[in-house]
Ligand binder design. Sequence first.
Ligand code: FAD
Length: 281
Amino acid sequence: MIPAAFDYEAPESLEEAIRMLRENGEDAKLLAGGHSLLPLMKLRLAAPTVLIDLRRIPGLHGIQRENGSWRVGAMTRHADLEETKELGVVSRAASLIADQQVRHRGTIGGSLAHGDPASDLPAVLLATEGEVTARGSGGQRTIAAAELFQGYLTTALAHDEVVTEVRIPTLDGYGVGYEKFTRRAEDWAMVGVCALVKKAGDGSCEDGRIGLTHMGSTPLRATAAEDALRGHALDADSIARAAEQAAEGTEPPGDLNATPEYKRHLARTLTRRALMEAAGL
Ligand code: FAD
């Protein structure tokens, strides 16, 4: 399908982009990799009158390790995350996003700003307790992952805010696991699970974090399962017991691929597998 007509702007600075957002109001949209926005425009589910392309703005790309966290520019593509294996679970999740074409265009900033609960990176940001930095007419602020995702395709970002970078703790000493269940290779997740586990000196679980993809209108933490794990032995039995609670408090949408009940079953099974991997079992 052909999108509705729109104007195209390619600002060369962040300030210019923010000014364009402010001047054009709700009718303007930022364009990053275009791999969520353009399909919506082609289906006429979005009809911005102005697209503001972020690609010429310097300083929005790249991955650096700084003071216990990774600083990732918002325009960094999924393929760059995939190639940077030191990013651990972020790199792993990025490698499972769709196909090469999508991974070479789609960006971390676009994925997080879009806030699709079926996307892989939002649940990873939630589990790692990362944050985004946003700049807008009102200045710069950081938004923690727990505050960012507010509803279906709805984030805490104001209309005139641009995500400039993403910060992800390096999580040294954590074991990680990532499980994504798809009907066909390279599909969106029917359910995805990001698990992080830190062992205490006595081998018990000092910290356990679980992010869920596609189990509600936003990415979620499986808090009941996390609570059931913390302080307990990190063995197959306690992991299995904790994983049984992975779907507590979730409201997964039913769709052509799966009923809500089947998704809850997947969440429990994938959580067990991801935790076993994270615990090195
Ligand atoms: P765009 O499409 O350019 O923008 C998306 C939204 O975010 C727009 O509203 C835009 O205005 C806003 N935006 C973009 N950048 C910023 C910024 N810096 N600050 C503020 N707002 C911004 N994703 C997955 O996670 N897993 C999958 O399995 C998966 N499969 C896919 C399969 C196909 C066939 C396609 C086309 C896409 C798939 N995706 C998947 C989505 C893909 O990862 C997108 O690239 C990503 O969700 C959006 O990133 P983008 O850079 O393309 O953003």
